[in-house]
Design a binder for this molecule. Sequence first.
Ligand code: THU
Length: 160
Amino acid sequence: MKKKTVSFDYEVVDTIEQLAESDQSLVQAARNAMQKAYAPYSNFLVGAAALLHNGEVISGGNMENAAYPMCICAEGVILSSVESNYPRASIQTIAITAKSNSVKLMEPPSPCGSCRQMICEKENRQQAPIRIILFAEDTEIYILNTIKDILPFSFDGSVL
Ligand code: THU
């Protein structure tokens, strides 16, 4: 039997001011989107913003529904918007933030499994990694190089 290990490197910074200017703007776009999120059931507001290689920024927040399974994650909102408005554009960086009205976040938010799979599909389609910035107020900021780091053994269309 062989044993293998999966590990990955990511960057951590303490404050938004330590980010490059373009990342700071993207973080601000995600924050603004979070303020507009519609999350009356979970009270967990998520904002996401994608910087495209053409310079456009697409942002959005989670959108909940009284029929709970119909809730749409912020990442799903922006990925759908990118696909429908800029189908040929690739994404350079995605910033994701969240705040809870009931729990103090001690770590930055991390995309759920479905959103990881959606971001992975986009990476595969554009054949280039997407940087991901995860942050919340008063937490460290994580900068990931690719979604595949947090979606090991990902499923892709090559077997279909
Ligand atoms: N949510 C997101 O927007 N993104 C994620 O990656 C995880 C969860 C939303 C869905 C729901 O509106 C709320 O957060 C609580 O799960």
